[in-house]
Design a protein around this ligand. Structure first.
Ligand SMILES: Cc1ncc(COP(=O)(O)O)c(C=O)c1O
Length: 454
């Protein structure tokens, strides 16, 4: 599905109508509209539907839970699904990570918002009330609530709210495809980490609450993995200055990159982590803010616990969906599947797209893959924004019955064309091949159609 420049949803779809087809049902990696048209969901919607649609075990788990109770409100009751999900997440994070405290929420923005609040509360609990400032990166997306938007950098999503957002500092984006001039890709990790350290020192370490980043940048950066050594160096710097390291794994986490935590592959443990999207596979809204035992102890000592959460936090049916999804992923070895199939998918996609000069880069990790389109391969110059190339490719794919996730603005907030593919973990080899064939066709058509615009 195409998105507007800067990744914002099209205004025409704000009511959920306005020319969009009406969804009827889904089965596996396919979605059907009420006119009977079939769509292959190559991006799992917005990188959400990790088990595809209509998984009978997940549906049954939700129905069984709803037959018991509407919702067990968190200040009155705990519940089996809540406790089991907590256990499953703790185990998935790895017991050695000490990430075993969590607050459940209903989505990614809430998970990030709570991550920011947990960081602020932690510093206040320790008497460091000056630590109020967050540092984030350019070309990153953390969500649509005022706090999460304040640390986000999709220009057109921020613009109407400027002046009222949480104040944040931004360090440059970290893109292996677009390293700063004179910086070799192998030096980028150290270079970018030094930029973070310089910003902490500029602001004053005693004023910085946390550094938030997407370990693998999703829509805003086109599935951009970190340069080697970057995350470890950032971890060191944050620890040195008492700055909390916040990993936004809303898109790249919950197994999408082939490990439950995306940062696991960089050998790094954050202090706080936000997850959502695939946690309950999109069957019900669910997210979580996960944090270390040490942070939890400080919050408990000062305030009795984290001062964040909502009426529907840890919604019992949503937790039951999360438990079912996470159990299936573990039982069916789907992380291993994402790792091995993902490693083959990227080169196959690269070679199918090779005939197109405009395909500058194919990258990602596991089942989070980004394709960046450029006007010139040598200079990596982007297409003019008016050409709306990514959106057009997304639209051509959609017309042809293939759902992918197009976003723009990754170069400077306005120019830049990327399309994300984030197949459900259950996609078979044949389905993955079909995605590649049909996506290549959409790229060809999108290039031709958008060329007529300029
Ligand atoms: C990395 C990241 N963080 C946060 C969010 C916000 O999540 P939600 O849309 O569920 O509020 C998103 C959504 O795309 C995201 O990709």
């Amino acid at each position: 599905m195409a998105q507007a420049r800067g990744g914002g949803s099209r205004a025409r779809s704000w009511t959920g109508s306005g020319g969009l087809p009406k969804v009827a049902h889904g089965s596996g990696i396919y979605v059907f509209d009420t006119a009977g048209k079939r769509y292959l969901d190559a991006s799992g919607g917005p990188a959400v539907f990790c088990l595809g649609h209509g998984h009978p075990e997940v549906t049954a788990a939700i129905v069984q839970q709803l037959e018991r109770i509407a919702h067990g409100y968190r200040y009155t009751f705990t519940s089996d699904p809540l406790e089991e999900l907590r256990e499953l997440i703790t185990a998935a994070c790895g017991r050695a990570s000490r990430l075993d405290a969590m607050v459940f929420v209903s989505g990614g923005s809430e998970a990030v918002e709570s991550a920011l609040k947990v960081a602020l509360q932690y510093h206040s609990a320790r008497g460091e009330m000056t630590r109020r400032r967050f540092i984030a990166r350019r070309r990153s997306w953390h969500g649509n609530t005022l706090g999460a938007l304040g640390v986000s950098d999709f220009l057109d999503r921020r613009a109407p709210f400027e002046g009222a957002l949480v104040e944040a500092s931004f360090v440059p984006q970290v893109s292996l495809y677009r390293p700063p001039e004179g910086v070799a890709p192998e030096a980028l990790g150290a270079h970018a980490a030094a930029q973070l350290e310089a910003e902490i020192l500029r602001v004053g370490p005693e004023r910085v609450a946390g550094f938030i980043f997407e370990p693998v940048v999703g829509a805003a950066g086109g599935a951009m993995p970190p340069p080697s050594g970057y995350a470890a160096r950032v971890r060191e710097i944050c620890s040195r200055y008492g700055v909390l390291l916040i990993a936004d794994e809303v898109m790249c986490g919950s197994g999408r990159t082939g490990s439950w935590r995306a940062l696991e592959q960089d050998g790094v443990v954050p202090d706080i982590m936000a997850v959502a999207k695939g946690l309950a596979g999109g069957y019900l809204p669910l997210g979580a803010t996960i944090f270390s035992r040490e942070i939890a102890a400080a919050l408990e000592a000062a305030d009795g616990g984290p001062l964040t959460g909502h009426t529907f936090s840890a919604h019992t049916a949503a937790c039951a969906a999360g438990v079912a999804v996470q159990r299936i992923i573990a039982r069916d070895g789907l992380l291993e599947r994402v790792r091995t199939a993902g490693a083959k998918f990227q080169p196959a996609l690269r070679s199918a797209l090779a005939p197109y000069e405009a395909v500058g880069d194919v990258r990602g990790r596991g089942f989070l893959i980004g394709v960046e389109l450029v006007a010139e391969r040598d200079t990596r110059a982007p297409f003019p924004a008016e050409r709306a190339l990514a959106e057009t490719i997304g639209q051509c794919a959609f017309e042809d019955g293939l759902i992918c996730y197009a976003a723009g603005g990754n170069v400077d907030g306005i120019e830049g064309d990327i399309v994300l593919l984030a197949p459900p973990f259950i996609a078979s080899d044949a389905e993955l091949e079909e995605i590649i064939t049909r996506f290549a066709r959409a790229v060809g058509r999108g290039l031709a159609v958008s060329a007529r615009r300029v």
